[in-house]
Design a protein around this ligand. Structure first.
Ligand code: IMP
Length: 434
């Protein structure tokens, strides 16, 4: 294993099943840290048949003795965080400053960011990005803009918050009225609500970079929990149809406040097929019965927005690219069981672009990429009960092996169902941890 820490990232367009792997590893980690994204993420974890969907709070919250960190790189929505904390507490999950820390340097998603996200998307019509409307892009825009941003540290100082929110809120009202003919927000009401929210969340706020660097010095395991997927990375994804943070493993040091050496063993999570929500290029998309069958079998509807996901064949040109980008040590192939009813399976091995064969996805040319496929036989039987690699039918084993071969990385984990138990270790370096 490459170091003691583990970084779990998505290698496609999100929703790869990171939550299940993070959940399995969380119990063996001292810290679970989020470093990117915000409440646009949605991790679903099934524990003892009970389904938990978390958006902003790290998945480690479902385990005793784990410190969960919302890092500085996260777009932190205090209203959603509090809702989530209270909903988890109502279901018996213990949450206190002993197991949850929120970075003082994280940027706050304010109500105007969510409104701006919606207004901007509406105004774009057919050219819209198809965001989750959680205010993520506008929050990160203000972060880069600096003068209009509010961080958790400022949220916690009522005088600063009032002053800043009045100033920024007035500018947003004027801008939204001019650009979108929008009615003004009641800024004083927003300020009162956020002063109250800040008081409730105050005990959780701290210097999380210092906390994590201390964990590093003490030799404690940190699990970095990625959000979204590398093809949605602001720098390396299918721009502009991306999210607004660095979600690949490249984002870990900056978004958590640790050194690049802390990234550790990188587990790349991928589905046995491909899905995408929102707009943007998707070379292997299936707009036909097979795509519909995959959506039905995989229940491919967004955890955050409920939108039907676009479905398609596995694209190894994409995963080859994202696995290299993030320095992936091993792959976790999720949702293999979803393909069990199909007669045959196609895998995209490369593209034809302008008459040339291209083996590694380049986001700038994806819209004109034509897929080169290889066809493998399906296994046509229920595999949800398989618990070892050898128990999988030969055709399923061949599929897994071929995926690893095409991507050039070992497939260490195969998932055949939503529950923790439906996970097959296949010479994984983290097998002892899951
Ligand atoms: P935003 O992050 O809400 O701005 O959305 C930008 C793009 O990223 C849209 O296509 C969203 O559907 C997509 N996206 C954001 N978060 C997730 C996620 O957790 N899973 C899958 N897609 C996501």
């Amino acid at each position: 294993m490459n170091g003691k820490n583990v970084t779990v990232i998505g290698l496609q367009w999100g929703d790869e099943g990171k939550g299940k792997v993070v959940d399995a590893l969380a119990g063996r980690s001292a810290y679970v840290a989020r470093y990117c994204g915000g409440a646009n993420a949605g991790h679903t974890v099934t524990v003892d048949g009970e389904r938990f969907a978390v958006h902003l709070i790290p998945c480690g919250i479902l385990h005793d003795g784990v410190m969960n960190v919302v890092g500085n790189g996260v777009a932190f929505d205090p209203a959603t965080a509090l809702d989530e904390i209270q909903a988890l507490q109502a279901r018996g999950v213990a949450i206190s400053p002993e197991n949850l820390a929120i970075s003082l340097q994280a940027h706050v998603v304010m109500p105007w960011h969510k409104l701006q996200d919606q207004l901007s998307e509406q105004s774009l019509g057919n050219d819209k990005i198809g965001t989750t409307a959680r205010g993520i892009g506008p929050c990160y825009s203000d972060k880069a803009n600096r003068s209009s941003a509010i961080r958790v540290a400022e949220l916690l100082n009522p005088t600063t918050l009032r002053m800043k929110a009045r100033l920024v809120g007035a500018i947003k009202n004027k801008t939204f009225a001019a650009l979108y003919n929008a009615s003004p927000m009641n800024i004083d009401e927003i300020i009162d609500t956020y002063v109250d929210l800040a008081e409730t969340l105050r005990p959780y706020a701290r210097n999380t970079g210092e906390l994590l660097r201390g964990a590093e010095r003490d030799g404690k395991r940190i699990l970095f929990e990625g959000g979204q997927g590398c093809m949605l990375d602001i720098d390396h994804g299918t721009y502009p149809f991306v999210t607004s943070s660095v979600v690949s493993a490249c984002g870990v040091p900056a978004g958590a406040g640790v050194s690049p050496k802390a990234v550790g063993h990188v587990v790349g999570i991928m589905k046995a097929y491909t899905t995408r929500v929102g707009a943007g290029p998707f070379p292997t998309e299936l707009k036909n019965d097979i795509g519909d069958a995959i959506r039905d079998a995989g229940n491919e509807y967004g955890t955050t927005t409920g939108r039907p996901r676009r479905c398609g064949w596995l694209d190894t040109a994409v995963v080859r690219y994202t696995a290299d980008l993030s320095g992936v040590d091993e792959l976790a192939l999720m949702l293999l069981d979803v393909l069990s009813d199909l007669d045959e399976l196609k895998i995209c091995t490369a593209y034809q672009v302008d008459g040339k064969e291209v083996r590694e996805a380049d986001p700038t040319m994806l819209a004109k990429a034509e897929c080169i496929y290889e066809t493998l036989p399906g296994w046509k039987q229920d595999i949800t009960g398989c618990r070892t690699f050898e128990e999988l039918p030969a055709a399923a084993r061949d599929y897994v092996n071929r995926v690893g071969e095409l991507i050039g990385r070992p497939v260490g984990i195969v998932s055949v169902g939503p529950g923790r138990e439906a996970t097959i270790g296949h010479n994984s370096a983290i097998e002892g941890l899951i």
